[in-house]
Design a protein around this ligand. Sequence first.
Ligand SMILES: Nc1ncnc2c1ncn2[C@@H]1O[C@H](COP(=O)(O)OP(=O)(O)OP(=O)(O)O)[C@@H](O)[C@H]1O
Ligand SMILES: [Mg+2]
Length: 136
Amino acid sequence: MIKRYILSGEDFSIAGEASSSFKAVLKKLGIDAGIIRRVAIAMYEAEINTIVHGGGGECEAEIEGNKITLVFRDQGPGIPNLDLAMQEGYSTATEEIRELGFGAGMGLPNIKKYTDSMNIETEPGKGTTVTLVINL
Ligand SMILES: Nc1ncnc2c1ncn2[C@@H]1O[C@H](COP(=O)(O)OP(=O)(O)OP(=O)(O)O)[C@@H](O)[C@H]1O
Ligand SMILES: [Mg+2]
């Protein structure tokens, strides 16, 4: 089963809706609560990053066999230094984004912590694709 979500970069007030909607899908399927929690945290953080840093994009969430795969795509500015971006506390969030409660620099480290695999493909000026896998 694949679910597709449009992640609008225009309206920050609806940021987080895709992850809560997919969480409800997993609950209905009777997926283990611990797995749902990990998926929800990782998906929420990646969704927010796509919206606030990537300017919006899309997410594909697939439940298939023994794993859940989440793919986030945007055509934003890209991430010039991935090692730096992965460090706890590193953030380029603007004052406006920080006022909304984002920008602690903990999203990517937490995504890494709560997933079984994380892959980021990014090119400055072109965009970013984040692929996450959580084993069932
Ligand atoms: N999709 C993206 N496009 C461009 N830059 C990104 C993207 N995702 C992350 N980044 C960069 O990586 C940095 C670290 O991301 P991370 O999610 O760890 O922290 P944050 O989003 O700044 O703060 P928090 O997630 O704690 O609210 C961001 O500040 C941003 O510079
Ligand atoms: Mg973040």
